[in-house]
Design a protein around this ligand. Structure first.
Ligand code: BJW
Length: 247
């Protein structure tokens, strides 16, 4: 399916030296990973985020939370990056400064070849001590949840509701948003803060904001360009048009 990508959008990207990208669950949807807020298939339509994605939920039922994340880890490890991830990895090489910020915890950008990925919400493949907050590389696989040497439970190294984002990652993301010439918001409902503020920061700083999402979001009316289609379809075509423009 050919997507109508405006010439002005390609020109803006072709002229840009500093580009920032924010991705959300939508970019991994075509790899087979469910998003969070889809009314039917979204994780939060089928599971209670308060029970599974808050520190209070983990204290209440650590086994339930550990096993839910362990099952997602196993499933995600068996899935592959899609053409959207691959196109972003190729885009990275085109710009003087390219900052890829993701809310995703699935490592698919890295597996597609992106080198510098700023992870705002942690990474499902890592595990940390729930007391010391230190990442742990080995643990007893047969315990649920396993314990740290200090006696506390281990937990996935992801950011739950009500928790602070990693300070360095958020600072890098904010810096990139405020200094880019073009900002792409891809596959996110723009409902979760502080990530949702990043495109607005970019807009305030004068950047051209491009949204790629099959659905409208709260960002759509602010964005300079909105491409309403799947990122695995749009991004490879965007890359091709950009290559043709600079050939
Ligand atoms: C496609 C597609 C295709 C489909 N191609 N697109 C200010 C105001 C109000 C509230 C707050 C605020 N500041 C902080 C808060 C509280 C809270 C928050 O934002 N709540 C809102 C829900 C209102 N934020 C926090 O608690 C954050 N911490 C924090 O701010 O600390 C300081 C603080 C604390 C408390 C009070 C005040 C300050 C932490 C947020 C952590 C989010 N964690 C999760 C779970 C991670 C682990 C796990 O995976 O289990 O992160 S929740 C979940 O949402 C996950 C995602 O990263 C995040 C964002 O979701 P995303 O990626 O946008 O997915 P969806 O499903 O929402 O959207 C997918 C989109 O893709 C859709 O639009 C589709 O159309 C599209 N799509 N197919 C392209 N093929």
């Amino acid at each position: 399916m050919a997507i109508d990508i405006p010439r002005e959008l390609i020109d803006k990207l072709a002229q840009a030296r500093r580009v920032a990208v924010l991705t959300g669950a939508g970019i991994s949807a075509e790899s087979g990973i469910p998003t969070f807020r889809d009314a039917l298939s979204g994780l939060w339509a089928n599971y209670d985020p308060l029970k599974l994605a808050t520190p209070e939920g983990f204290v209440r039922d650590p086994k339930l939370v550990w096993e839910w994340y362990a099952a997602r880890r196993t499933r995600i490890a068996s899935l592959q990056p899609n053409p959207g991830h691959a196109a972003l990895a190729a885009l990275e090489r085109r710009f003087e400064q390219f900052t890829l910020v993701t809310q995703n915890i699935d490592s698919l950008h890295q597996r597609a070849g992106s080198h510098e990925v700023v992870e705002l919400h942690g990474n499902l493949m890592r595990v940390k001590c729930s007391r010391e907050q230190v990442v742990v590389s080995s643990f007893a696989e047969d315990e649920s949840p396993p314990r740290c040497h200090c006696g506390a439970y281990l937990r996935p190294d992801v950011v739950w509701f009500g928790e602070m984002l990693p300070v360095d990652a958020l600072a890098r993301a904010e810096e990139a948003a405020e200094h880019c010439e073009v900002f792409l918001s891809i596959g996110t409902s723009a409902q979760v803060y502080p990530a949702a503020e990043l495109p607005l920061r970019a807009l305030s700083a004068g950047a051209t904001v491009i949204e790629i999402n099959p659905e409208s979001t709260s960002l759509t009316r602010h964005a300079h360009f909105s491409l309403h289609a799947a990122s695995g379809i749009v991004l490879p075509q965007l890359l091709e048009r950009l290559n043709a423009a600079s050939a």
